[in-house]
Ligand binder design. Structure first.
Ligand code: ADP
Ligand code: MG
Length: 567
């Protein structure tokens, strides 16, 4: 055609595709799940826009996705009558496999297939999984309400073409030209079983064509009526979260997660609740196994999918989760919000507040339970998201105690860098007479572990929490106590071990203090303005001296943090 244009993918696409095909090869049938998932999203988006403008349905409001195979042409076609895409949307959605952060992504690849495929999953390859089984993909699409349709075509080798086409039916048709070795997928039976396995929970009908049956004769010569061919729904086609918990299998919950969470991995755990009463909503909340590779990207929006009375309203409704729980994925279906709700309305809304409060405490409880009953899962969770949870005490004062229960630390109990000591465990191990929770913050785990301030604690067998994450100082400035025990930094001010000191050593300390009075004075003179105070200490057993900060002064880590941001 004369309108055909050549375009290049953004950098690294070819490499990324090759890698993806290679590492997902053992699980190649999931291409269908991804494409059906996109079709379902497209239906959701159309239904949402049609709330304002019914004309977008163009007289066809029965949204569905159809799958067909053609053995002779060696193709599989997935077509939906959802929202469709404009030319620009095709370019931005299908022409930019390499999202921001791709370079960093490549750096993390190891060459180890299992690890790499996990990374690829985190990166999210959705649509491009089509190239696992196809050596050429054609996308024909027309956006609802627009006249012009467009065709995108690519062999997945760094380039694609775009052409204007005619397309009567609204929506998107994806034609996979199967690789020679993948012709098994051009088979209705095979496709049907894949849909049943991965996409049964999709809430719009997934249809396949039932071939016509010609008129025939039964065994006794009776006439059997001819049957016309027809499209037939092959999935359950009800929104999963509206079904009764007891009727939903673990497998279904897991597959549904991959769809709503746009994740390739299974979730770690989930909670499905129908809340009735003053505010009525259903929540289905998942904790992922893996952090997305761009979790620390500040611009990245995250949040829950919002439905109002089963109608999809928006993705990433971040108003329903506090920021320190931004890793939670899933959806909310509210009966109280208006269908025309916008982000602005959500911002300052009683219903939002009530749902947010409910969801927050549900997640905190779920995590607490996991910590108690499934230590291994919890450790996976903590290693992945602990740093985010640590923002909690500062952000959510009302839930401080519940958040503190979730925290895990390294400590002198094991001297290992893995953070697996809870405050409850610490308190159980407290020594006779100990009434504080001791901790030290340093720039690295090694520095924390070898802090000279620890000497007296090690000698007396008192456990000290070893903190060295970037957020730790910030977090500790918002945590003053847990279970009525105060937190005490061992590098701050006068260290008073109180009842833990025995009489004899107290006496000995007083004596030695007298002996060095003169020395302290001389050091003070020598250091002058460089220090606020020189004190005799009992906290050291091997080192001769150490630097401490006063109880209310900024810690050394905090000072460095402030310097690093130019304060
Ligand atoms: P994701 O689904 O996680 O956004 P995908 O790679 O699966 O990522 O899809 C990329 C984008 O392409 C989608 O966000 C959507 O904008 C667009 N897209 C893909 N398939 C369709 C479709 N069938 N109809 C309309 N838009 C689609
Ligand atoms: Mg997708």
């Amino acid at each position: 055609e004369n309108t055909k244009e050549n375009h290049s993918f953004s950098a690294n696409t070819k490499q990324l595709l090759q890698l993806m095909i290679h590492s997902l090869y053992s699980n190649k049938e999931i291409f269908l799940r991804e494409l059906v998932s996109n079709a379902s999203d497209a239906a959701d988006k159309l239904r949402f826009l049609a709330l304002q403008n019914g004309n977008l349905y163009e007289g066809d409001a029965d949204l569905r996705v159809r799958i067909s195979a053609d053995k002779d042409a060696k193709t599989v076609t997935i077509s939906d009558n959802g929202i469709g895409m404009t030319r620009d949307e095709v370019i931005s959605s299908l022409g930019t496999i390499a999202k921001s952060g791709t370079a960093e992504f490549f750096k993390n690849l190891t060459g180890d297939e299992a690890k790499d495929s996990q990374l690829i999953g985190q990166f999210g390859v959705g649509f491009y999984s089509a190239f696992i089984v196809a050596d050429e993909v054609t996308v024909r699409t027309r956006k609802a309400g627009e006249a012009q349709a467009v065709e995108w075509q690519s062999k997945g080798e760094g380039e694609y073409t775009l052409a204007d086409i005619e397309k009567a039916e609204r929506g998107t048709e994806i034609i996979l030209h199967l690789r020679e070795e993948e012709l098994e997928f051009a088979d209705d039976f095979r496709l049907r079983s894949i849909v049943t396995k991965y996409s049964d929970h999709i809430s719009i009908p997934v249809e396949m064509f039932k071939a016509p049956v010609p008129e025939s004769e039964g065994p006794d010569g009776e006439k059997i009526e001819a049957q016309p061919g027809e499209w037939e729904g092959i999935n359950r086609a009800t929104a999963l979260w509206t079904r009764d918990k007891s009727e939903i299998s673990e497998e279904e919950y897991k597959e549904f997660y991959k769809h709503v969470g746009h994740d390739w991995e299974e979730p770690l755990t989930w909670a499905h609740n129908k809340v009735e009463g003053k505010t009525e909503y259903t929540s289905l909340l998942y904790i992922p196994k893996k952090a997305p590779f761009d979790m620390w990207n500040r611009d990245r929006q995250t949040g829950l999918k919002l439905y109002v009375q089963r109608v999809f309203i928006m993705d990433d409704a971040e108003q329903f989760m506090p920021s320190y729980l931004r890793f939670v994925k899933g959806l909310l279906d509210s009966n109280d919000l208006p269908l025309n709700v916008s982000r602005e309305i959500l911002q300052d809304n009683k219903v939002t507040q009530a749902i947010r409060k409910g969801c927050t405490s549900r997640i905190l409880k779920m995590l607490d339970r996991m910590g108690k009953n499934k230590a291994e899962d919890y450790q996976t969770f903590w290693n992945e998201f602990g740093q985010v949870i640590k923002e909690g005490p500062a952000e959510d004062a009302a839930n401080k105690e519940a958040i503190a229960k979730l925290l895990r630390f390294s400590s002198t109990h094991t001297d290992e860098s893995v953070q697996n000591v809870s405050l409850e465990q610490y308190i159980e191990r407290m020594t006779e007479g100990q009434d504080k929770i001791y901790y030290v913050v340093a720039d690295s785990f090694e520095a924390a572990k070898s802090s000279p301030h620890l000497e007296i604690f090690r000698k007396k067998g008192i456990e000290v929490l070893l903190l060295s994450d970037r957020v730790d100082e910030w977090m500790m400035s918002h945590l003053t106590e847990f279970a009525e025990k105060q937190f005490q930094s061992i590098t701050r001010g006068d260290l008073d071990l109180g009842d833990m000191e025995d009489e004899e050593s107290k006496k000995a300390q007083e004596e030695s203090e007298k002996q060095v009075e003169g020395l302290v004075e001389r050091i003070k003179e020598a250091l002058g303005d460089k220090v606020k105070e020189v004190r005799f200490t009992h906290r050291l057993t091997d080192s001769p001296a150490c630097v401490v900060v006063d109880d209310h002064d900024m810690s050394s880590q905090m000072q460095k943090l402030m310097e690093s941001i130019g304060q």
